[in-house]
Design a protein around this ligand. Structure first.
Ligand code: AMP
Ligand code: ZN
Length: 472
C-alpha cells in the first residue's frame, strides 16, 4: 500500500486522491517543448512542477513510467491549426533547416533541464519518429467515422462526440483563450471546433518536412502527436497527463477527443495543469520575441537552482509573477538555507523516531495537492529541531530527492565560523561601533556591544591584529 497523494484533477475540477489503474504503477505523460526556440523560464516552471509531481510519486513508493514528446513538426502559430508552422518560422529566422533547428533547441532544452535538476523522462520521443503511428491513428478515426477529408486535409469531426468540452462547463468563448495569434477561419471545417489530424494541403510552399500518407504527401497535426506517442509507449490507459494551463484548450481537449474515439473507452483519469509564469506585461511567451531563458539568468549571475526554489515557493495552481527583485530575495534565502545545511556535521547516529516523524511531515505536505512551499518550511523547522546533525542531514538528503535544490552540496564544507551575509555585516558593524566607543572611552557602551553579540552566540577577542570573533 502506497501513501495516498492528492492533487487537482482538471477533468473533475476537484482535488482528488490519486488511484492509478495498476496498483503501485503510474503511467505519466508530459507535453514536451516545441523546439523552434529556447524554452523560456515560464515553460520551465511547468516542467519543474511536473518533475516534482513525478518525484513525489516515486518518493511515496510508486513505480513511475514517464513519457514526453518533442514537438518538431505540426505545431502552427495558433494552437487552432492556423498560421505558420512554428518550426519553419524558427528555421527561416536562423537560416537553417528545420531538422538543424530541432536538434539545436532539443539539446538546449535538455541542458536547461539538467541545470534545473529536472529528471529526464523515461522515454523522450520526437514527433518525426512516429509518422507511422500518426497515420495509423488517423486511418482508424476515418474508418470509425470520427474524421473527414476536406480541402485535402483530414479533420476530426467534433460533432460526433457527446461531450467535446470535457474539461469545463465554461463557454466555448472562454475556452478560446488557448487560440492565440492570427486566428483565421478555415472554411474546410464542418464545425468551428473541428481540428486537423493530417495536413496535405500545406499553405506553405516551402514546408520542409512532408511524408507520404494515404491522403497524399503531408504532415501531422500537433494534437495527434501526443495521443499517438503516449499510446505507443504507455498503452491504452493512462494515469496522469501533464501540461501548462494553456494546453487545456484546444490541445488536451482535442487529445481526449481523438484518443477516446480511437480507443473506444476512457483514456486518462487525471489531468495535472501548471499555471503560468507571468511577467509585468502578462503571460511569458516565446512569440513575444524577448523572453527570459535559463542561460540569460546564468549570464546575470543567478544559479538556476535559485529559480527552481522560486517556483517551489509558490503553488502550482496559482499564477506566478516573475521579477528580479523577488529572485534576488530568493538568492538570499537559498544562500542562507544551503549555508545552514552546510554547517551540519555528518556525525552521530540517526534518530529513527525523529527521522520518521519529519519524513512523514514532508510527505504529507507534498501529498496535500503538492504543497511545495510547505515542504520547504519543514526543512526550516527541522534545522531548528532538537536532534543531532546526522539525522537532519540524512532527512534533508532524502527530501532533496524530490525538491532537487542541491541542498546538501555544501554539507560539511561550511566552516563552523561561517555565517550568512546579513549576520556577517551585522557583526562587522558592531565591531566598528565598539571600536569607536572605546576610542571615545565609552567603555560601558563597548561592553554593552560585547554582551549584545554574546547573546547572539558571538564571542569577541581583542588581538594585536584587531578584534576577531568566533562562535560561542
Ligand atoms: P511549448 O514549447 O510552447 O509547446 O510549451 C511547453 C510547455 O510550457 C507547455 O506545457 C505549455 O503549456 C507550458 N507553458 C507555456 N507558457 C507558459 C508559461 N508562461 N508559464 C508556464 N508554463 C507555460
Ligand atoms: Zn501534448
Amino acid at each position: 500500500m502506497k501513501n495516498i497523494i492528492n492533487f487537482y484533477n482538471t477533468l473533475t475540477r476537484k482535488v482528488e486522491n490519486f488511484v492509478p489503474n495498476t496498483d503501485g504503477k503510474v503511467n505519466m505523460y508530459t507535453c514536451g517543448p516545441t523546439v523552434y526556440h529556447f524554452a523560456h523560464i515560464g515553460n520551465l516552471r511547468s516542467y519543474i512542477m511536473e518533475d516534482v509531481l513525478e518525484k513525489t510519486l516515486r518518493y511515496v513508493g510508486y513505480d513511475v513510467k514517464r513519457v514526453m514528446n518533442i514537438t518538431d513538426v505540426g505545431h502552427l502559430s495558433s494552437d487552432a491549426d492556423t498560421g505558420e508552422d512554428k518550426m519553419l518560422k524558427g528555421a527561416k529566422r536562423e537560416h537553417k533547416t528545420v531538422m538543424e533547428i530541432a536538434k539545436f533547441y532539443t539539446d538546449a532544452f535538455f541542458s536547461d533541464m539538467e541545470k534545473l535538476n529536472i529528471k529526464m523522462p523515461d522515454v523522450v520521443e520526437p514527433a518525426t519518429n512516429c509518422i507511422d503511428e500518426f497515420i495509423n491513428m488517423v486511418s482508424v478515426l476515418l474508418e470509425k467515422g470520427y474524421a473527414y477529408i476536406a480541402g485535402e486535409n483530414v479533420y476530426f469531426d467534433t460533432s460526433k462526440l457527446q461531450d467535446y468540452y470535457v474539461f469545463s462547463s465554461q463557454s466555448e468563448k472562454e475556452l478560446m483563450v488557448g487560440v492565440r495569434e492570427d486566428v483565421e477561419e478555415d472554411t474546410n471545417k464542418k464545425n468551428k471546433s473541428d481540428f486537423v489530424l493530417w495536413f496535405t494541403k500545406s499553405k506553405f510552399e516551402n514546408q520542409e518536412l512532408k511524408w507520404d500518407s494515404p491522403w497524399g504527401v503531408g504532415y501531422p497535426g500537433w494534437h495527434i502527436e501526443c495521443s499517438a506517442i503516449s499510446i505507443k509507449h504507455l498503452g491504452e490507459y493512462m494515469d496522469i497527463h501533464c501540461g501548462g494551463v494553456d494546453n487545456i484548450f484546444p490541445h488536451h481537449t482535442n487529445e481526449i477527443a481523438q484518443s477516446e474515439a480511437f480507443l473506444g473507452h476512457k483514456w486518462c483519469n487525471y489531468w495535472f495543469h501548471v499555471h503560468h509564469l507571468n511577467d509585468k506585461e502578462g503571460k511569458m511567451s516565446k512569440s513575444k520575441g524577448e523572453f527570459l531563458t535559463v542561460s540569460l539568468l546564468e549570464e546575470k549571475g543567478y544559479n538556476p537552482l535559485v529559480y527552481r526554489m522560486f517556483c517551489l515557493q509558490s503553488h502550482y495552481r496559482k499564477p506566478l509573477e516573475f521579477s528580479f527583485e523577488v529572485l534576488d530575495n530568493m538568492v538570499n534565502s537559498y544562500d542562507k538555507l544551503t549555508k545552514a545545511i552546510g554547517r551540519l556535521k555528518d556525525e552521530g547516529k540517526i534518530d529513527i523516531d525523529v527521522f520518521n516523524e519529519y519524513r512523514e511531515k514532508f510527505e504529507q505536505a507534498l501529498a496535500n495537492d503538492l504543497n511545495t512551499s510547505m515542504s520547504i518550511t519543514i526543512i526550516y523547522d527541522l534545522l531548528k529541531a532538537d536532534t543531532n546533525d546526522k539525522t537532519k542531514l540524512e532527512l534533508i538528503k532524502s527530501f532533496d530527492y524530490v525538491l532537487s535544490l542541491g541542498l546538501t552540496e555544501l554539507a560539511g564544507k561550511e566552516e563552523e565560523n561561517s555565517v550568512d551575509d546579513e549576520l556577517q555585516a551585522y557583526i562587522e558593524a558592531k565591531i566598528e561601533e565598539r571600536k569607536a566607543a572605546k576610542k571615545e572611552k565609552d567603555f560601558a557602551k563597548a561592553d554593552a556591544i560585547r554582551n549584545e553579540l554574546m547573546e547572539k552566540g558571538i564571542v569577541l577577542e581583542d588581538t594585536r591584529e584587531g578584534t576577531k570573533w568566533k562562535r560561542a
